[in-house]
Write a protein that binds this ligand. Structure first.
Ligand SMILES: C[S@@+](CC[C@H](N)C(=O)[O-])C[C@H]1O[C@@H](n2cnc3c(N)ncnc32)[C@H](O)[C@@H]1O
Length: 205
């Protein structure tokens, strides 16, 4: 459903919120990599990054292994659960995900792990469904029928799992120690991109 250009480019737009590389490859963890579309879209925008995709679904990773060679992109795929990340403390410069946090049953455990593996000063950039959005925008959204259908299903599905309100997300991330940077609505208000940071060792944020 998400294997098309509009979705891929939208996933790639997450990279617009990443910091510049400044002479070394930044390490990025894409959580809930699914069929790989988000990682592919991000690397198309920022080929200078070193990206790892993680998912707990072996079937999704099988799809990703099939799609990656077709995309011309290559990156490691890791089978794992966000609540027990198989990485050392402070391994990544950037954590990102597209449509992921809202799916987690145990968000606190997931966010604790994300905080642990992110470097001090590291960025955490996410796209999540916006509770304030309305499904009535879907028919007039730009893109192929498949994209509008995926938007409709995303809206319906996320209504069941839990969309985020801005303040609720802000409070949740703050509770886990992240410093709020900004939140921009996207996808005609159906989603938002939120950017937070792990405080740097020296700061008293
Ligand atoms: C909506 S998909 C993300 C879409 C994907 N990033 C893309 O490229 O289109 C969410 C993914 O999160 C994965 N997931 C859900 N809970 C997870 C968990 N606790 N740990 C790791 N992956 C998880 C699911 O298997 C699914 O593939």
């Amino acid at each position: 459903m998400t294997w098309h250009e509009v979705w891929r480019k939208h996933c790639g737009s997450l990279a617009e919120h990443f910091p510049p590389s400044l002479g070394r490859k930044l390490a990025v963890l894409d959580l809930g990599i699914g069929p790989g579309v988000s990682g592919i879209g991000i690397l198309e925008q920022r080929p200078d990054l070193w990206l790892v995709g993680l998912d707990f679904s072996a079937e999704m990773l099988r799809h990703a292994r099939r799609y990656l060679p077709l995309s011309g992109q290559q990156f490691p795929l890791v089978h794992g659960d966000v609540t027990h990340l198989p990485f050392a403390d402070e391994s990544f410069d950037i954590i990102t995900h597209h449509s992921f946090l809202y799916l987690l049953g145990n968000r606190d455990a997931g966010l604790r792990e994300m905080f642990r593996v992110l470097k001090p000063g590291g960025h955490y950039v996410m796209l999540e469904p916006n509770r304030a959005g309305t499904v009535t925008v879907v028919p007039s959204m730009k893109g192929p029928f498949q994209f509008r259908l995926s938007m409709l299903l995303w809206r319906v599905f996320s209504t069941g799992f839990g969309q985020f309100a801005r303040d609720e997300l802000r409070e949740l991330l703050h509770k886990h120690g992240f410093v709020w940077e900004r939140l921009d609505e996207t996808l005609d208000g159906l989603g938002f991109i939120a950017v937070v940071r792990k405080p740097s060792e020296t700061s008293k944020e």
